[in-house]
Ligand binder design. Structure first.
Ligand SMILES: [Zn+2]
Length: 173
């Protein structure tokens, strides 16, 4: 089991754009598995490769929407390589947090439903219609691949205040 270090705001790598994945090899599969393990250890429902310092357009998501008594049984992981939102519909507001943004959550507006196009770990292209928490999570993770954090969705004044506070918190940690 490999657990990777999750980069925290204000690490400048989090602002960088991830590159298209073109090599669907063993290294990509290993990274995907390590990202998943890291996400479980950290208790998250999604993780983008940039959060572990890899500027690749790959995200892992697990909304724990499987069937079972406990958390481990409900695990239902998905790997999305080069994810792209083709269509979005509706609006929904929910409280978001992020493994890269410690001790802060905020209500963020997202599309309610999205049509996602992505490649799997073998490089096959798929489409999937998403709604609910998984749709929200995928939008949050795709933002990461573009160098954007959920706090970047806050109104300007609030965003500046929050970033200043989080940067101070990070310095004193
Ligand atoms: Zn995040």
């Amino acid at each position: 089991m490999t657990v990777l270090q999750v980069l925290k705001f204000p690490n400048p790598v989090l602002k960088r754009k991830s590159a298209l994945v073109t090599q669907f090899d063993a290294a990509l599969r290993e990274l995907a598995e390590a990202m998943l393990e890291t996400m479980y250890v950290e208790g998250g429902i999604g993780l983008a490769a940039v959060q572990v310092g890899q500027l690749k357009r790959m995200i892992v998501v697990d909304a724990r929407d499987g069937v079972g008594e406990d958390e481990a049984e409900r695990r239902n992981p998905y790997f999305y390589v080069n994810p792209l939102i083709l269509e979005s519909e509706g609006e929904t507001v929910s409280e978001e947090g992020c493994l890269s943004v410690v001790e802060f959550t905020a209500d963020i507006t997202r599309a309610e439903k999205v049509l996602l196009e992505y490649e799997d770990l073998a490089g096959e292209t798929h489409q999937e219609a998403l709604e609910g928490i998984k749709a929200i999570c995928v939008q949050h993770e795709i933002d990461h691949t573009k160098g954007k954090l959920f706090i970047d969705h806050l109104p300007l004044i609030k965003r500046q205040m929050v970033k200043k506070r989080l940067a101070k918190l990070a310095r004193s940690a």
